[in-house]
Ligand binder design. Structure first.
Ligand code: PMV
Length: 359
């Protein structure tokens, strides 16, 4: 599959060396992407909040080399050489070299760091791949000389998607849709689209406190997880449901109906986990403390009328979502009742952000 609109235009400039730095955030899906076709095409549309504090900063330093036979790059995390990151980046370069023909002409040094601990169970692939894609686009922009902002952003998202699907939703904020949806003009399976409709004040600056229940390596990689949707007995119904949930969410986001927002978001999280429990082989990615936290959140909501809710990634950590006006009360609740279920008492306070930044 070759997407013509992202094939590079002729390079009019010569650039021998340089360096670019981008900082790119993580994101948390409200309607989940789970299941993909070939070439990282999602089986259903998804929508996410872009985060603010959980981010990756990547500097890409490059210099022209003689041979153009192979890729040449080194990767550093927090100043330490990371050869174990190389295979993933090599695969990424191989996938995107048709769209960035200069990749084999330069020697690259990739220096990256995350604001969240590497071993926190928070995936760094979305923020990491989007930051790298943006650095590469900065080089391409210099080589071509003239590029519209829209093209820059769309192609960065397109490339990030080829690195890690959900990374395409990390370029902009505060809400990003990825995947073709009938009601959202401009939505695409190829890249993320900044949510184009009205968003009620209730959802502005929403808070996300991430409770770190299990900081270990992911039990199931997302590649394996997505593949489990092939031939999954409930797959087609699930994909249909995601379309419906996204359609419902458009109205909810406009009217500010936080109660219905909670229903959709929690149902999406549990459905994602239900898909993994009902695949073959099957997995339970929640831990006992994940369930303890969910039950506590439900009890707190029942007792206080709070609009707090939860969502989950493909792991045991819990994202606690709540409106900004409840920050004080929810943080007190987290400290008093939820911290006990977090590994070493760790949690990260985040809120909605507006996307990547060049530094
Ligand atoms: O981007 P991937 O391939 O790591 O998949 C991410 C999938 C979920 O985080 C579970 C859901 C989502 O939409 O982000």
């Amino acid at each position: 599959m070759i997407v013509k609109e992202f094939i590079s235009k002729p390079h009019l400039k010569t650039v021998n060396r340089g360096s670019f730095t981008w900082s790119s955030p993580s994101n948390i899906a409200l309607v989940k992407y789970w299941g993909k076709k070939e070439h990282q095409i999602p089986e259903n549309p998804s929508i996410s909040f872009t985060l603010n504090n959980c981010k990756t900063t990547t500097s890409l330093t490059f210099s022209k080399k003689e041979s153009i036979e192979d890729f040449s790059f080194e990767v550093f995390l927090d100043g330490e050489k990371k050869d174990d990151f190389k295979p993933k980046i090599k695969t990424f370069f191989e996938r995107i070299t048709i769209y960035l023909p200069f990749l084999k002409s330069y020697r690259f040094k990739i220096e990256t760091s995350n604001t969240f601990p590497h071993s926190s169970g928070i995936a760094s692939s979305a923020s990491g791949m989007s930051a790298l894609a943006l650095c590469l686009m900065s080089i391409e922009k210099d080589l071509i000389g003239d590029m519209s902002d829209d093209y820059f952003i769309n192609k960065a998202s397109f490339l990030a998607r080829l690195g890690s699907g959900s990374a395409c939703r990390s370029i902009e904020g505060s809400l990003v849709v990825w995947g073709k949806h009938d009601y959202i003009e401009g939505s695409s399976d190829l890249y993320g689209l900044k949510y184009p409709f009205e968003v009620h004040n209730n959802f502005k600056n929403y808070q996300d406190s991430i409770l770190l229940v299990d900081k270990g390596e992911k039990q199931v990689s997302s590649t394996v997880g997505h593949n489990l949707m092939h031939g999954h007995p409930f797959a087609q119904e699930r994909f249909k449901q995601a379309h419906e949930n996204l359609a419902t969410l458009i109205t909810i986001l406009k009217t500010g109906d936080v109660d219905r927002f909670i229903e959709i978001v929690e149902s999406e999280a549990l459905t994602l986990h239900a898909m993994m429990m009902t695949s073959m082989p099957y997995f339970i990615l929640m831990k006992p403390n994940t369930l303890e936290i969910i039950n506590k959140i439900w009890a707190f909501r029942e007792k206080t009328g709070s609009k707090i809710c939860f969502t989950l990634d493909a792991g045991a950590n819990v994202h606690v979502l709540y409106p900004e006006i409840e920050t004080k009360d929810v943080l007190k609740f987290i400290k008093n009742e939820l911290v006990a279920y977090c590994q070493n008492g760790h949690y990260i306070c985040d809120n909605i952000g507006f996307g990547a930044k060049q530094l």
